[in-house]
Design a protein around this ligand. Structure first.
Ligand code: ATP
Ligand code: MG
Length: 747
């Protein structure tokens, strides 16, 4: 004793320090949000490097996002300086997987310069295979099969390993053959998909003991962040790398006809030697179940790595007592938790409570959030320290629009900005051609979207004709359709497109532009394309399209709307700029901000209707974990919003505050009395809320009346809503001119 610990250790609490210093053997850190799990991992790497236990290249560290990997590298650099140089194996599962695969590509039947296909490529490929198999691709959509393959790969299942029932469920029982044909095709193309980035390495390591040994020798220390969201394949991969058997198992050949459970069980007979693996996670933050994550991997850890040191961290360093109190109380409503205690030192009487605000609709919500942000800015708060976390991406649109109007810098993290989304760009391309028939770029984008049987050759012909005639592509298409230069099918398709655009253009000046826009998306088949789409993101895209139409209401004409969007798209998105962060709750994992805004806490939006429709506990509980993730991102200020009206399925409906609001402890929240402090629509706002909810008292009905007697257990809220909306709208209409105007749009 008597030594002064190195600087990087001195700030840690005893449990954190134990997690850092227990470098040998398996370690599981199971702890709530903001307790320093990520900090422990970073410091642990610094410690390993500083004490010379390993070179940077001998450490394998897995983060959930590339951004998190970059940040971790930076933080290690601060702790140990030059020693961090390298760290070639710090990244996401996928980025590490691709690296391993490139080194041994030939063992997966690929060359090292293989390409990684994106979802669109994958779907196109699968569709070819479905058609080649003589199947009807309407009945057996390629997207659905892509999803199934992804699910199998999340479990590490090769074609011969998928359950019989799964195989029968698609393509008249030809699921297995199709999966096999797909893999063969990928090999021929020297390509792989995202799932292969894990599955190929697993198979290579499993069937080549010499290579596996090479990695066992290489990776002295393995570290994993956000462990609760690993899927089965990732877990298998980790275990292969981490479990150094003292003797090589003879059964270590690729398993045939066994399911994932068997594969996982397969190595349990191996006597593990030292395993220096450290995983950190929080079961309450498992939010990727829908993508195959298995929170059970946490339970499995102690079984698979006997003698593991399990460390619990209980002090939250991130949030105020109010924020932590609210979050802990909320998550306590979930059953089947592993259970953790969380506390924060020294509650400060000056800390603001968690604020719950009511807004009339999403426009007012965005306006009020914008004013709150400007007020904070006047108090010298950085925009970088603020975040708006939304449940559904369509919610971003209102904020983006508002911030552009205000001239507030913002950035969207973890996904495209609203107007950059594929479905929005497609829809906008239609509108652009209607407003400007000479917009060839827009025309090319949608000429064959949805698919109309126009191949590349036909489109090139339109291109050539347009050049030769010196007219826009749309016009050239019309002329080509009347000539006999094309085969009948593309000719008919072009004729249809040209006729549609002529008709829509004729309507431009005498039809309300939102109506026209809706008509265009319907008649072009674009909406149907997504309606028939079985992929899990299709409903989101339909939601975004509805939101697009809704946003057009605020503009006088299609042209002024298009101009507005061009301006929004031009707004700078610069990492180095001081800017408000906008992102989904899913991409906020692991991050922290001084001030967090959580808009849209309404039944049907959050918890999301899809989770409620699933029935059962698990969907709702995953939503609640998502709420917990949202609340625990905030350090000091936390603002929750619910609106009283939202446009759902094209109709204005009065909405019910989220049940999650009801689940927050009274002691830690404060209900904002009126919106007048945001320069809103004056007083009387609170009483409007009081008059709003005709089906039962809620403490969110009327500001601060403190009643707790509504649990909102009615899953059929939407049906109830539809019946009540008309009356409610009338009530509200009589109280506010603004309201009349807004409601008027919906009818
Ligand atoms: P999440 O579950 O949200 O990923 P986490 O457990 O990974 O959270 P960290 O992000 O590592 O938590 O830490 C939360 C905050 O607390 C960070 O700002 C971190 O720097 C700080 N922190 C962690 N441990 C300590 C400590 N011992 N002393 C001071 N601050 C700390
Ligand atoms: Mg973390």
């Amino acid at each position: 004793g008597g030594h002064r610990p190195p600087d990087y250790l001195s700030g840690l609490n005893p449990e954190q320090r134990q997690a850092v210093e227990t470098t040998e053997g398996p370690v599981l850190v199971l702890a709530g949000a903001g307790t320093g799990k990520t900090r422990v991992l970073t410091t642990r790497i610094a410690h390993i490097l500083a004490t010379g236990k390993a070179w940077p290249s001998q450490i394998l560290a897995v983060t959930f996002t590339n951004k998190a990997a970059r940040e971790m590298k930076q933080r290690i650099g601060v702790l140990v300086g030059e020693a961090v140089e390298g760290m070639p194996w710090l990244g996401t599962f996928h980025s590490i997987g691709v690296k391993i695969l490139r080194r041994h590509a030939e063992l997966a039947g690929l060359r090292s310069d293989f390409t990684i296909l994106d979802t669109d490529d994958v779907i196109r490929l699968i569709k070819q295979l479905i058609l080649a198999d003589g199947l009807d691709d309407k009945r057996w959509p390629a997207r659905q099969f892509a999803q199934m393959i992804d699910g199998w790969k999340n479990k590490g299942l090769a074609p011969n390993e998928i359950p019989e029932g799964d195989a029968r469920a698609f393509g008249n029982g030809r699921g297995r053959e199709l999966y096999r044909a797909y893999q063969d095709r990928l090999t021929t193309l020297n390509a792989c998909d995202f799932g292969d980035l894990l599955c190929h390495p697993i198979r290579i390591l499993r069937s080549n003991p010499d290579i596996l040994k090479e990695y066992h020798d290489r990776f002295r220390y393995i570290l994993v962040d956000e462990y609760q969201d690993t899927n089965t394949a990732q877990y298998m991969w980790l275990r292969l790398l981490a479990q150094r058997p003292s003797r090589m198992r003879t059964s270590d050949t690729p398993a045939v006809g066994r399911d994932a459970e068997h594969l996982l069980a397969a190595s349990e007979d191996a006597a593990p030697a030292t395993v220096n693996i450290c995983c950190v996670g929080d079961d309450d933050q498992s939010i990727y179940g829908w993508r195959g994550a298995e929170v059970d991997n946490i339970l499995r850890f102690e079984r698979d790595f006997p003698g593991a040191t399990v460390i619990r961290l209980e002090r939250n360093y991130r949030s105020t007592a109010h924020i932590l109190g609210a979050a802990s109380h909320l998550i306590a409503h979930n059953e089947g938790r592993l259970g953790k205690t969380l506390f924060t030192e020294k509650p400060n009487p000056d800390d603001p409570k968690v604020m719950v605000h009511a807004a009339w609709d999403s426009e007012e919500e965005a306006r009020a959030v914008g004013e709150e942000i400007e007020a904070l800015q006047r108090k010298q708060h950085n925009l970088n320290d603020m975040a708006i976390l939304v449940r559904a991406s369509f919610q971003m649109r209102e904020f983006e629009d508002r911030f552009v109007t205000l001239g507030l810098n913002y950035r969207v993290i973890g996904g495209p900005r609203f107007y950059e989304r594929q479905e929005i760009r497609d829809a906008m391309a239609y509108f652009r051609v209607i407003a400007n028939p000479g917009d060839d770029l827009a025309f090319e984008r949608i000429v064959n979207v949805p698919k109309r049987g126009l191949g590349e050759a036909a489109v090139r012909q339109v291109h050539d004709a347009s050049r030769a005639l010196g007219v826009p592509m749309l016009e050239a298409a019309g002329r080509l359709a009347e000539s006999d230069e094309l085969k009948p099918k593309p000719r008919a398709a072009l004729r249809g497109v040209a006729a549609n655009f002529t008709r829509w253009r004729d309507l431009l000046d005498n039809t309300p532009h939102t109506e026209l826009a809706e008509m265009v998306l319907e008649e072009s088949g674009y909406t149907d394309m997504w309606k028939n789409d079985k992929s899990p993101d299709a409903p989101t895209r339909l939601e975004n399209l509805k939101e697009l139409i809704r946003s057009m209401e605020d503009y006088e004409s299609l042209r002024s709307f298009l101009e507005h969007v061009a301006l929004v798209m031009d707004a700078e998105q610069n990492e180095n700029l001081d800017a408000v962060n906008i992102m989904t709750l899913h991409s906020a994992k692991g991050l922290e901000f001084d001030t967090v805004f959580l808009p849209g806490w309404e039944e049907g939006l959050f918890p999301h209707q899809r989770a409620l429709d699933e029935g059962g506990r698990s969907g709702l509980e995953e939503e609640r974990r998502l709420a917990y993730v949202g609340l625990t991102r905030a350090k000091k200020n936390l603002h929750l919003w619910f609106t009283s009206n939202r446009r759902i399925h094209g109709l204005w409906q009065s909405t019910i505050p989220s049940r999650f609001l009801e689940e927050l402890p009274e002691a830690h929240i404060e209900i904002a009395e009126t919106s007048s402090n945001y320069g809103g629509y004056g007083s009387g706002y609170g009483s409007q809320i009081g008059g709003r909810n005709p089906y039962g008292a809620s403490r969110f009905d009327s500001a601060g009346n403190g009643s707790f007697n509504n649990s909102y257990s009615t899953p059929g809220w939407q049906r109830a809503q539809q019946n009540k909306t008309e009356a409610t709208n009338r009530n509200w209409g009589s109280r506010s001119g603004h309201a009349v105007e807004r409601i008027g749009y919906g009818e």
